[in-house]
Design a protein around this ligand. Structure first.
Ligand code: FAD
Ligand code: NAD
Length: 454
């Protein structure tokens, strides 16, 4: 039984054709990523990048001005395609001879036993092996929940009929950064309210400071501010903060993190243990505390990212089929990117974590502006920052803010996951000139690791 047809749906392939499989989901197939997460947001970010590029063209001696953004056409390009993908995904499962699809909310009633749906339509499903992949949903803090006024989340905002005139974004993390970029480009005025002292506060301190400065040039940024109440009426909201003037906006986007769906499945009735933060407890083989029950993705992982959920699904599939030779999930060197303009990418520790852990580390920061490709781009804000252990010469972390950061981070991820020393990575392979990767090789080369060989 697969509970959750987001990343859970990827577990089952032709290797399972000898088994009876149940796939259960209360929503569209493909889960958060396909329907309301990674994919629609990145398809919209591409449009925003396009608009920003046109706006910026004057700096390159090109006369150009963005025309009117046809939002319904933009939205239709995205969801016309994705809604069809979700429907085809479900249909594909329904047409498999060995798969039964159950639509509705699942809850455990006992050992490897679930009910699906409510009232007269409730069915009971029992399996020998269970995969719990029920993911997460947007968290909504009390001042918004109790205010009784309309608000949007990432589940709804991308499907609005028109861009807001003034969008207030509560939270300054991943979703805020990407969707503020989208709606700013589409013509909305943006105010971002973040309770910490910088935007993206979980990023490396140099990155968080730089992206806060960049965002402050485009948006009204309120850091160190907590929302106390939402007043007004639909379309004329007044957000009262504990610090600074109130924010007037027609639309509120809540982006303050995620609530795990483990609170809706009666996990305890199946003997499935939870961490204090609601995550399902799993071992390195993705096994829960209940025999025959595995979990993966946002509901159990310390890294709620799609590429991590995909890897965990691969591990679960193997371990379901080969219980005598199970494989482990590695959460070493997990990369992540924020698809803003400019992009941000990271892997490993931040500098503040290196300091807190008392590590003996070297740090090097090189600017895109000091590379030939940076000249071509007229870049003024981008950089690559690398941190390495002085004792071992291995990378501890890497952080890139700038064009194509999500791709430029990959050699550094490879070095960290294969234990390649920072200076070996700088010196051994040839790095193409004058590609943007030169900012990475330059940063690595500048690390002071007590080894000054050319
Ligand atoms: C706006 C946004 C942008 C994102 N962008 C990125 C990105 O660029 N890169 C990245 O790596 N990650 C991104 N993420 C995170 C990524 O989407 C998640 O980490 C990933 O989708 C988690 O997959 P999952 O299978 O664990 O959960 P989900 O995809 O949420 O799947 C869970 C499924 O379980 C179903 N379900 C839940 N409870 C029940 C129940 N009781 N009974 C039956 N069915 C149930 C749900 O309907 C859903 O289909 C983004 C997230 C958001 C919200
Ligand atoms: N590109 C990507 O990989 C990508 C993009 C979007 C989302 N995601 C995933 O989705 C998750 C959820 O994204 P998110 O942006 O909702 O969460 P987040 O954890 O990235 O950021 C939430 C922010 O809201 C702030 N906050 C919390 N409560 C607040 C309050 N009451 N008032 C003001 N600020 C408050 C936090 O300090 C934090 O900075 C991410 O952690 C990430 O795993 C990934």
């Amino acid at each position: 039984m697969i509970v959750g047809a987001g990343s859970g749906n990827a577990v089952v392939d032709e290797r399972f054709s000898h088994l009876d499989v149940a796939v259960i989901d209360e929503g569209p197939f493909g889960g958060t990523c396909l329907n309301r997460g990674c994919i629609p947001s990145k398809m919209l970010v591409h449009v925003a990048d396009l608009i920003d590029t046109i706006r910026d063209a004057g700096r390159f001696g090109v006369e150009a001005r963005p025309g009117r953004v046809d939002w319904p056409a933009v939205r239709e390009r995205v969801f016309g395609r994705l809604d069809q993908e979700a429907a085809e995904g479900e249909q594909g499962r329904r047409s498999s001879a060995n798969v039964d699809v159950f639509k509705g909310r699942a809850r455990f009633t006992g050992d490897r036993t679930l009910t699906v749906g409510t009232g007269a339509d409730t069915v009971t499903v029992r399996g020998e092996q269970v995969v719990v992949a029920v993911g997460s949903r947007p968290a909504v803090p009390p001042p918004v929940r109790d205010g009784g006024l309309p608000y949007e989340t990432s589940d709804t905002v991308m499907r609005l009929d028109r861009p807001p005139r003034h969008l207030a974004v509560l939270g300054g993390g991943y979703i805020a950064a990407e969707l503020a970029h989208v709606f700013h480009a589409a013509g909305s005025r943006i105010t971002v309210i973040e309770q910490e002292d910088t935007l993206l506060p979980a990023q490396d301190e140099t990155v968080a400071a730089a992206c806060t400065a960049i965002a402050s040039e485009r948006y009204d940024v309120r850091t160190g501010a907590a929302l106390t109440r939402v007043e007004g009426e639909p379309g004329r909201l007044r957000l009262v903060l504990d610090d600074g003037p109130a924010v007037e906006a027609d639309t509120l986007l809540v982006a303050v993190g995620r609530t795990l769906n483990s609170d809706r499945i009666d996990a305890g009735r199946a003997g499935i243990d939870l961490h204090d933060d609601g995550r399902i407890v799993v071992d390195a083989f993705q096994r829960t505390s209940a025999a025959g029950v595995f979990a993966l993705g946002d509901v159990s992982t310390p890294f709620p990212l799609k590429h991590v959920a995909n890897r965990e699904a691969h591990v679960v599939a193997h371990n379901l089929l080969h219980p005598d030779a199970p494989i482990r999930t590695s959460h070493e060197a997990v990369p992540a990117a924020v698809f803003t303009h400019p992009q941000i990418a990271q892997v490993g520790r931040t500098e503040q974590q290196c300091r807190q852990e008392g590590l003996d580390y070297a740090v090097s920061v090189r600017r895109f502006a000091d590379t030939a490709y940076g000249w071509a781009l007229e870049d003024t804000t981008g950089f690559c920052k690398v941190l390495a252990d002085r004792r071992t010469g291995l990378l501890l972390g890497a952080h890139i803010l700038g064009p194509q950061a999500a791709s430029l981070i990959q050699p550094l991820v490879i070095a960290m996951s294969l234990d390649i020393k920072a200076l070996d990575l700088a010196r051994s392979p040839l790095w193409i000139h004058p590609a943007p990767t030169e900012v990475v090789s330059n940063a690595l080369r500048d690390l002071d690791l007590g080894d000054r060989k050319p």
